[in-house]
Design a protein around this ligand. Structure first.
Ligand code: ZN
Ligand code: FE
Length: 255
């Protein structure tokens, strides 16, 4: 299976899986890059998966559905381009010969879902939309810090080898913040240099893996003493796990 991040807008990726014949896309905010790729490679679109309602993830859905007839899946609790099949945590989507388990990951939006395939060419694969980014997490537009922390805990419990397919190339900016929070983390500074050279060659920093994220992502590490201390330095009230996480998110917003 080929796993391809199609660049869209300034920093989005539309993830596309294909086996040389059929294809699946995730969060097509724009139809054109997908249509161009399908045509160039001679692929038939078989499924469109959507993680949440923001236009940079949904605006290409109607055009792709009309052009290809591909079925669409998306979250139950959000406004979506109809028609689609709505799915929620614990449901499964079968597409392109793969089985995706749906996980509820509210926080960025109230009904945000993720798609998890536990076996794809030897390792799991996760489409997590705007919930988990490499070195960061989504902004809390509709959810609370407690919800986002719980959602990230759910994702962090997946196998370490899970490939993390996020919808934005935010890695370098996230890592600059992460290094401010955790200046003594050597894995983090090494990863930053590796990502810098990838970006200089205009290559994606994604997919990441959960093992790596657990080493470098402050939003997956917020309970560690060094991060609790850093959060409290930003906000003296942030003494418990949830408020420390919320303080980190707040700090990132104004970083
Ligand atoms: Zn979003
Ligand atoms: Fe987005």
């Amino acid at each position: 299976m080929n796993i391809i991040p199609l660049p869209a807008f300034t920093d989005n990726y539309i993830w596309l899986l294909h086996d040389g014949v059929g294809a699946l896309v995730v969060d097509p905010g724009d139809a054109q890059p997908v249509l161009d790729f399908l045509q160039r490679e001679g692929l038939r679109l078989q499924a469109i998966l959507v993680t949440h309602h923001h236009p940079d993830h949904t605006a290409g859905v109607d055009a792709l559905r009309e052009a290809t007839g591909a079925p669409v899946w998306g979250p139950v609790r959000e406004r979506m381009p109809e028609p689609l099949t709505r799915v929620t945590g614990g449901d499964h989507v079968h597409a392109l010969g793969l089985d995706f388990k749906i996980m509820d990951v509210p926080g960025h939006t109230a009904g945000h879902i993720a798609y998890y395939c536990d076996q794809l060419d030897g390792a799991p694969l996760l489409f997590c939309g705007d919930t988990l980014f490499s070195g960061g997490c989504g902004r809390l537009f509709e959810g609370t810090p407690a919800q986002m922390l719980a959602s990230l805990d759910t994702l962090a419990a997946l196998p370490g080898a899970t490939r993390v397919c996020c919808t934005h190339e935010y890695t370098l900016a996230n890592l600059r913040f992460a290094m401010a929070v955790e200046p003594d983390n050597a894995a983090l500074t090494n990863y930053f240099s590796a990502c810098q050279s990838l970006r200089q060659q205009q290559r994606p920093t994604l997919p990441s893996t959960l093992t790596l994220e657990l080493q470098i992502n402050p939003f997956l590490r917020s309970r560690l003493p060094a991060l609790m201390t850093a959060a409290r330095a930003f906000d003296a009230q942030a003494t418990d796990e949830v408020s420390a996480f919320g303080a980190l998110r707040q700090w990132k917003n104004q970083f």
